[in-house]
Design a protein around this ligand. Sequence first.
Ligand SMILES: [Zn+2]
Length: 139
Amino acid sequence: MASTVGVRDARRGSRIPAWLPPYLIGPWMLAAVLCAALLVLRGPDRAFVAALSGLFGLSIAWILVCVLWPARADRTCPSCGESSLRRSDPRSTRGVECPACGHRDEEQSSFLIAEDDGEPLEPIRLEERRLAETRTAGR
Ligand SMILES: [Zn+2]
């Protein structure tokens, strides 16, 4: 039960609908393995063509959804649930902080928040790359 609550907490603010039960992933994967075994044993048939067409159509639909509704910055704080996350360092695309509750995560990516704020990302990324190369060359 605790893991289900954790999954729900992780889904808060995400695009995955809350009604989609995570325990369906196992049966879906098992069904995929059974279908693959049937394909190997019996060869391709009408059901295979229908399933492949459905999968192809679903992937095209997914690409269209991703292109027409691109990802937005998730500013939901994992500690207090407020939509108040902001970047902790304006010179980096790493690290977020919540002014509402004081939550900080230096490892979380803040790339989408920077992009959402309209910051020019190229100078930030070039500076981060230069710093990484300097650290690597210093070894
Ligand atoms: Zn917070």
